[in-house]
Design a protein around this ligand. Structure first.
Ligand code: CA
Ligand code: CA
Length: 387
């Protein structure tokens, strides 16, 4: 009987996310000074690297997007010297301010279909999500003429364009969209369900609805609501600068850049409203009182002290080289260069003061964690005392 009970317990764990959530909360302590950051590829330098991805195709390559419109690839070895231009759309994008090539993602079946998704700003007033296809004859080159624009979002200002793309375990493409820009979300886009601005979007790239180059998943939260866009998965975001899936729990962790006071880390759930521009963090924005009844507070927020001013979201560490980082969400601040480890209970620990302009984080196909910096270098997290 005991054995049956155990089997039932493990089945219920498989069915409920709460079991894995509990595992998450029992993390190893991180000792002060135990983590370091090393220049991962000493021979390589990039121009404003903004995103780092791996196609998970067994080739052990790393792909880095440069803001001005080029994606480069190289072998994931520290002595790598050869960099290949994978995609170059620098001739058709605007790059001033926060414009540029802002993110990319490989299709989960990239190995068989060769599809790559890229988000960029063709002009100051437009951002797009496009699909490209790798060359049939060269795995290191994308056929630029293969572009199909899936989604276009009008941009009122040059800043707050979002830009993360990531596939969920459900096979859908998740897209981070900023509030469009300007101070304080002047048009109220993040709370307006009729616009795609200020949202996390979710689309099905494997099917097409009438008139679209994608389909809207039937279980998206606002499907059937005439006053809302069906693509919306969550709203109330200012400029989600980097979100990621915890590939063990499927939880979405999103950093939302603050206006003047609060930088946020949010756990994104379907249909969730993350508050902007009613609230900045857990404070009412520009009001002494506000109704926060239906708003989801960040699991962690920090203020603008010690030169912290612009959060850059990272990843829950699921690699194998750093045992004591396992299960922690690692993220940083673009301005101060500080890097922290956060657990799901909201406990936050300072890991490093790098002094770098941290533009993004990324993982390789072994889930090892990297950091992109505007000094042009890619850094890797290591244990002190190890290579
Ligand atoms: Ca914008
Ligand atoms: Ca918020």
């Amino acid at each position: 009987m005991k054995r049956i009970g155990l089997v039932l317990l493990s089945i219920s764990c498989l069915l409920a996310t709460s079991c894995s959530d509990k595992e998450d909360l029992t993390l190893l302590p991180i000792t002060d000074g135990s983590i370091s950051l090393n220049n991962a590829f000493t021979s390589l330098t990039f121009s404003k690297p903004l995103d780092l991805q791996s196609p998970q195709d067994g080739s052990n390559r790393i792909f880095v997007a440069e803001k001005d419109g080029i994606i480069k690839s190289f072998d994931n070895i520290s002595s790598a010297e050869v960099v290949t231009t994978f995609l170059d759309i620098s001739n058709k994008i605007a790059t001033t301010s926060e414009l540029g090539l802002l993110g990319f993602a490989f299709h989960p079946d990239y190995n068989t279909n060769g599809f790559l998704y890229v988000t960029y700003t063709p002009s100051e007033s437009l951002s797009v999500v496009s699909r490209f296809k790798v060359s049939e004859t060269d795995i290191n080159v994308v056929d630029e003429s293969s572009e199909t624009i899936l989604l276009e979002i009008a941009q009122p200002e040059t800043n707050h364009n979002g830009g993360q793309l990531a596939f969920g375990s459900d096979g859908y493409l998740y897209i981070a969209s900023g509030d469009g820009g300007g101070t304080g979300d002047p048009d109220g886009n993040a709370q307006n369900l009729e616009t795609l601005l200020g949202k996390i979007l979710r689309i099905d790239v494997n099917n097409q609805d009438a008139g679209l180059n994608y389909a809207i998943p039937n279980d998206n939260p606002f499907v059937g609501n005439e006053d809302a866009r069906g693509e919306i998965y969550a709203n109330g975001l200012r400029n989600p600068w980097r979100f990621s899936f915890d590939n063990q729990t499927n939880t979405i962790w999103a950093a939302d850049v603050g206006q003047d006071e609060k930088e946020e880390i949010n756990l994104i759930v379907k249909g969730g409203n993350y508050g902007w521009n009613i609230q900045e963090g857990t404070s009412c924005y520009q009001e002494t009182e506000c109704d926060a009844t239906d708003l989801i507070a960040p699991i962690y927020e920090y203020g603008h002290s010690k030169n912290d001013k612009s959060v850059t979201g990272g990843y829950v560490y699921r690699g194998n080289e750093l045992q004591n980082l396992k299960g922690y969400y690692i993220y940083g601040d673009f301005i101060s260069g500080r890097v922290w480890a956060l657990d799901q209970a909201g406990n936050n620990k300072l890991l490093l003061e790098t002094g770098l302009n941290i533009s993004s984080f990324g993982i390789d196909e072994n889930n090892e964690l990297y950091l992109c910096s505007f000094d042009g270098k890619i850094y890797k997290f290591s244990s002190v005392g190890k290579d």
